[in-house]
Design a protein around this ligand. Structure first.
Ligand code: ZN
Length: 502
């Protein structure tokens, strides 16, 4: 059995290495590559995607997985080996349903589509990306249809990123959450808006990056196993457990933009950096779902990074970094500013309370496009109409409308947005469980100490990588299933105090 397991691991390590090489090319494309490199880069990434897919779907892998079944059954469910075989089998069974040539075509199209979007967005030119998006929708449906027997055509796509979830489950969670959020948004926005002018003075880029770097180092992001670069749309990427990179963007007239995106991406990265080294280069060496991944970024960004205690520690340091801009601004004014709730147009800049409304409408649009009830050509108008209905605002152009997010232009359509809201819900569940075990955490955060919280997360979430599904992980860490109550409670407490709601 041991030789068969070693053979499986060697095979999967090659899959992982090919994927990491593709991720590196992708990182380069979105950070330093000159525009002239686009065409060749698309081809190169597509080749690696095809090779990885061929290697993963090699019949020899299927044979090894069959041969290892009795060994797997002899092991405890949560052992590394049983988990490796189980997750590898799931990936294999999914991958063999999709032809390698399709994966290559999809990947090549995504690279071209991303380039088209990167040019189109600043020029507010939806017409130029429309053919790409139409092809993306076709390919997305084709991908889903490799998995017949679904309840909703989005289900197989949702399954890629949030394994075990379905459109119907997510719709139910979202509608329950929505019924709680809408009155809260109403109650807050009927009051005079918070004054956030202190965030919109001029904050030079170098100082913003330096401050953000100090903050995330303090939270626990390991620069010996990571680095920070600039990009249009911040993200985290990983080439091995020893190389987990993050990117950010800087707006000199908006202090929150760079800082909170750095904390957010560092949250993703700490999850990956916290995975046990024994899982390196296996299918277990990554976060388990988009919802759980996002729970970690948002826990650090929002629950910690936009919390009062966090700024009791960091605000004097921020004032020292920007004495002219913030020296005379009291902590309370700053705290209200970074938690300003308002109906807005841009998802990535939305506050915690309205954020999920941005996600829900995207999720609905994905379902409608895949069902065929919304055509790509009608998407820009549908977008404006839904923003008007849900957030009371209409963007003056598509740049801040349907072109604002990279997702549908750099990936397939279906299942790519729900993780943000699932992540918000889960972040509150994980944090509540950590607090139950360690009630001293808030006081520690106010002293700039994050080790206890990070330690709890490492023990209950990070170290396991993908050994457990999201629901298994949640049950082990919190003792129960997904539940919106801790999140609603968190929002009510925090914003109830900020806006003096009853
Ligand atoms: Zn994220």
């Amino acid at each position: 059995m041991d030789t068969k397991l070693q053979e499986l691991k060697r095979h999967l390590q090659e899959v992982s290495d090919l994927d990491s090489a593709a991720a590196l090319l992708n990182w380069d494309q979105t950070t330093y590559m000159p525009p002239g490199g686009a065409a060749a880069r698309g081809r190169q990434i597509a080749l690696l995607a095809q090779l990885s897919h061929e290697k993963l779907t090699d019949p020899a892998v299927g044979k090894l997985l069959d041969d290892l079944r009795s060994y797997e059954e002899s092991l405890p469910y949560d052992s590394d080996d049983a988990s490796l075989i189980r997750v590898a089998r799931r990936n294999f069974q999914r991958a063999v349903k999709v032809p390698a040539s399709f994966m290559a075509a999809l990947s090549a199209h995504m690279a071209e589509s991303y380039e088209a979007w990167a040019k189109a967005r600043p020029q507010n030119d939806f017409a130029s990306v429309r053919p790409y998006l139409e092809k993306t929708l076709d390919l997305s449906r084709q991908l889903a249809n490799y998995f017949p027997g679904y309840e909703h055509i989005a289900d197989p796509l949702i399954d890629y990123l949030d394994y075990g979830m379905k459109a119907s489950t997510i719709r139910a969670i979202f509608s329950e959450l929505r019924s709680q959020l809408v009155p809260l948004v109403e109650a807050i926005t009927s009051q005079p808006p918070a004054d956030d002018s202190c965030l919109h003075r001029t904050f030079p880029e170098a100082q913003q990056i330096a401050f953000g770097t100090d903050v995330i180092r303090c939270l626990g992001y390991d620069f010996e196993r990571g680095r920070l670069d600039k990009t249009h749309h911040p993200f985290m990427t990983k080439f091995s457990l020893g190389d987990v990179r993050i990117t950010t963007r800087v707006d000199e007239q908006d202090l929150g933009n760079c800082l909170f995106s750095m904390v957010h991406e560092a949250g993703h990265a700490m999850y990956e950096q916290g995975i046990r080294m024994e899982l390196e280069a296996t299918p277990l060496a990554g976060g388990t779902s988009s919802g759980v991944h996002e729970s970690q970024s948002r826990l650090w960004e929002n629950i910690v990074g936009r919390g009062r205690g966090f700024w009791e520690h960091f605000y004097p340091k921020l004032q020292a970094a920007f004495p002219d801009q913030l020296g005379s601004v009291p902590l309370d004014t700053f705290y209200r500013a970074i938690n300003k709730v308002q109906r807005s147009l841009i998802r990535t800049e939305a506050d915690e309370v309205t954020y999920n409304l941005h996600v829900m409408l995207r999720f609905d649009f994905e379902l409608m496009m895949l069902e065929g009830t919304l055509a790509v050509r009608d998407l820009p108008d549908a977008w404006h109409a839904r923003y008007k209905a849900d957030l009371g605002l209409r963007a003056s152009d598509d740049k801040d409308g349907v072109l604002q997010d990279v997702h549908w232009y750099g990936g397939y359509i279906g299942g790519v947005f729900q993780g943000y809201t699932l992540g918000n819900i889960l972040s509150a569940q994980f944090y509540a469980a950590a607090l139950k075990a360690h009630p001293e955490i808030p006081a520690q955060i106010a002293r700039g100490e994050f080790g206890t919280l990070r330690g709890w997360l490492t023990e209950h979430v990070y170290q396991h990588g993908s050994k457990f599904t999201a629901s298994e992980l949640l049950a082990r860490a919190t003792g129960g299933p997904l539940n919106i109550e801790p999140y609603i409670h968190y929002l009510r407490e925090k914003y109830g105090a900020l806006y003096k709601l009853n």
